[in-house]
Design a protein around this ligand. Structure first.
Ligand SMILES: [Zn+2]
Length: 259
């Protein structure tokens, strides 16, 4: 003898499952926590580092902006990302204003007039900029990062004057992995750039003393420098800088729906 459940019973079960799913998925989407620590604490170069963590430690991606204080798009993008990017896997470390004094004065370098991006891995006994480089370099090691992304801007398009790097992704070695990674990112970025002149290209240019050179050649960490051109509008450049990081985070399976 079988008992037929009325249709209302079946609907109730569906309703309860729906409610459970509704509560379960939003909770998992809110797993990330953001904490702040400071490098060069107690000095004029004290600057915040935002650590966005999830239950899954790996991968760890570090995004640095404001190495040069007048390259605003990267700084604005990093500030946007630390407040608005939601990840469900891995760890994201964001430094929006690496050289905070230069950022606040909107100048490339600040006193002492030393290029932060030429003094890596820095020096604990050196000048203030070398100490700053050392602290950022130490963070890369402490967090055992999987990738470094350094956000920059240039005053001119690389295609117009190869002394400038506007609209490029720069890598410090032409090893297969770095080249394929940067090429695929450039390809994806260029899909939505309809003006040929504004398209990105990969540039292999090992620059000793840069954060990415040091990350790659001293620590074996893949590292990319992203350069927008300041001849383009600021709002567009900010969007591009945000998009570049978002594509990477997505490629590294750190976003939702990767379970
Ligand atoms: Zn720069």
């Amino acid at each position: 003898m079988t008992k037929n459940h009325p249709p209302t019973h079946f609907l109730k079960v569906i309703f309860i499952i729906s409610i459970l799913l509704f509560f379960y998925f939003p909770q998992t989407a809110l797993l990330q926590t953001t904490s702040v620590e400071y490098i060069c604490a107690g000095t004029d170069y004290e600057t915040p580092v935002y650590i966005i963590k999830t239950d899954y430690k790996e991968p760890t991606i570090m995004v640095v902006a404001g190495t040069h204080g007048n390259e605003k798009a990267g700084i604005k993008a990093a500030e946007y990302l630390k407040d608005n990017l939601h990840i469900e896997r891995g760890t994201l470390i964001i430094i929006p204003k690496a050289n905070i004094l230069a950022c606040e004065e909107n100048v490339r370098y600040f006193f002492p007039e030393i290029n932060l991006n030429r003094v890596y891995p820095g020096n604990t006994q050196g000048n203030s900029v070398e100490k700053l480089a050392y602290e950022i370099f130490s963070l890369m090691k402490t967090y055992d990062i999987s990738l470094l992304v350094d956000l920059h801007e240039s005053i001119e398009f690389y295609r117009k004057n190869p002394k400038n790097y506007g609209q490029t992704v720069v890598i410090d070695s032409n090893d297969d992995y770095l080249f394929e990674l940067s090429s695929s990112l450039v390809e994806e970025m260029n899909q939505e750039i309809f003006e040929d002149d504004n398209k990105y290209q990969v540039l292999v240019d090992p620059v000793k003393g840069s954060s990415t050179y040091c990350a790659y050649h001293q620590l074996g960490i893949p590292a990319l420098t992203f350069e927008t051109c300041r001849k383009l509008s600021l709002s567009f450049r900010i969007e591009e800088q945000i998009k570049f990081v978002k594509i990477i985070v997505s490629k590294w399976n750190m976003l939702a729906a990767q379970r």
